[in-house]
Design a protein around this ligand. Sequence first.
Ligand code: TRP
Ligand code: SF4
Length: 326
Amino acid sequence: MSKRIVSGMRPTGKLHLGHYHGVLSNWRELQRSYECFFFVADWHSLTTEYASTAGIRESIYEMVLDWLAFGIDPEKSVIFEQSRVPQHAELNLILSMITPVSWLERNPTYKEMQENLTTKDLSTMGFLGYPVLMASDILVYKALQVPVGQDQLPHLEITREIARRFNYLYGEVFPEPAALLTETPKVLGLDGRKMSKSYNNAIFLGETAEETRKKLMGMVTDAERVYRKDPGEPDRCVAFTLHSLYVAEEKREEVVTACRGAQIGCVDCKKILAEAVVETLAPFRARREELAAQKGLVQDVLADGARKAEAVAKMTMEEVREALKL
Ligand code: TRP
Ligand code: SF4
């Protein structure tokens, strides 16, 4: 059997360069050697967005369109929406019976988000149970590996603990999934903070070349370079972090020398960057438009994915019911 992996993304709408260099390029690569289940974690987004669901359908559509345009391939991977595979919820219910509340209360993300997201009431059962639902997403496919970012490691650890506890109580059903961590560059946004939709500093994959150019021209550079005649330092420059990802090495070395010698101004330097980014994204954007023009495509992909996912999830649930003598 080929190794199975599962990963989910909460529907946040259009994806940006941070997603691309983090999750998306990683997923695309994994499709080559694993049996992949990639899903939209729409129930997970309800844990914090339960009071504002109006835009969720649109967010799902835009995100899946980005997946497809960037090479997440329904011929190779099972692409689906969590809420269309009810077995996730059934397993969630069962796992919630055996998961001690103390494991969930000491989850670092739980504490952090409760402290930081003060505008929302997060003292719900669903929010506390976030890691149990995530464990269900993974275990219902008996995945061996889970590609996740560093921030999700505590959740994955809880998944492993839950799997162990289940196996101890009812017999060996679940493999303990391992994290598949890959080095990903930290992508900075226009203002120098981490790129994020909520910081309003992101370059979106699906935006137009014009929008991208305009945004990049406003990107923060080396804060210590005040005048054009001042020498700059690429290692201190926010925009240059993107040069490293998009501008060809030779050109980049020229920029470094010219910047340190004050032979190039930041405006011209960012023009070079903007052209490189726009050129790299052009084929993806064209593909995205092509796919967007195919009516019903995203819906069809998701419906087909849900069928395939459910077929696997159903078998696991039969084993689970059997193990519990239900
Ligand atoms: N919690 C993950 C995140 O916020 C999303 C997620 C939900 C997930 N279920 C999952 C990731 C299962 C991997 C496997 O990024
Ligand atoms: Fe950054 Fe380029 Fe300006 Fe140097 S010239 S500070 S690398 S934008």
